[in-house]
Design a protein around this ligand. Structure first.
Ligand SMILES: [Cu+2]
Length: 169
């Protein structure tokens, strides 16, 4: 006995449809790595570091290159190279002043829960116990922002931090 629906279909028509859908699925499946490759083109490097060890580097930097205070937060002017930044509920530390047209390597780590950071369109997840390395090339004098990209609680929206870029003396 032939079911009424199948009986109405022209022989071969259903098969062609199946082959067509199958072909589309195969193409999409094969394209996956390419998509993933594109989205990971700017993958951020991370390394494991204990909170105390990261804190020691941060404190050493802040003590050495501190130029002032802003609402009790140290304002730091590190030379080009490694820069340490801590993320925590609900701010980034310290306040940074960088030189124009220089290359820096930000090491960003969370000191409490999961946060994220976006600098210049590059995003890193800040997993406690790890630091993310974010290369930052400054342009002309001005400001750029660091933003938390992971919802981290009530005042998550306050985690927008401005970095000042100052013209070379
Ligand atoms: Cu957040």
């Amino acid at each position: 006995m032939v079911s009424p629906v199948l009986g109405e279909t022209k022989p071969g028509c259903e098969r062609r449809l199946l082959v067509g859908v199958g072909a589309i699925l195969v193409v999409l499946f094969l394209a996956q790595p390419a998509w993933r490759g594109l989205s990971r083109a700017k993958a951020v490097q991370t390394y494991a570091i204990a909170a105390a060890a990261f804190d020691a580097k941060l404190e050493a930097q802040n003590a050495r290159y501190r130029v002032g205070d802003e609402d009790g937060v140290p304002v730091v002017r590190p030379p080009p190279g490694d820069v340490y930044v801590a993320a925590g509920r609900w701010r980034f530390l310290p306040v940074l002043e960088l030189q124009a047209w220089q290359a820096y390597r930000f090491h960003v780590a969370s000191e409490d829960i999961l946060h994220g950071v976006v600098i210049g369109g590059v995003e890193a997840l800040l997993v406690p116990g790890q630091a993310a390395i974010m290369p930052v090339k400054t342009g002309e004098a001005g400001k750029f922002s660091m933003v938390c990209s992971e919802y981290c609680g009530l005042e998550h929206n306050k985690m927008r931090h401005w970095v000042t870029v100052i013209a070379a003396p």
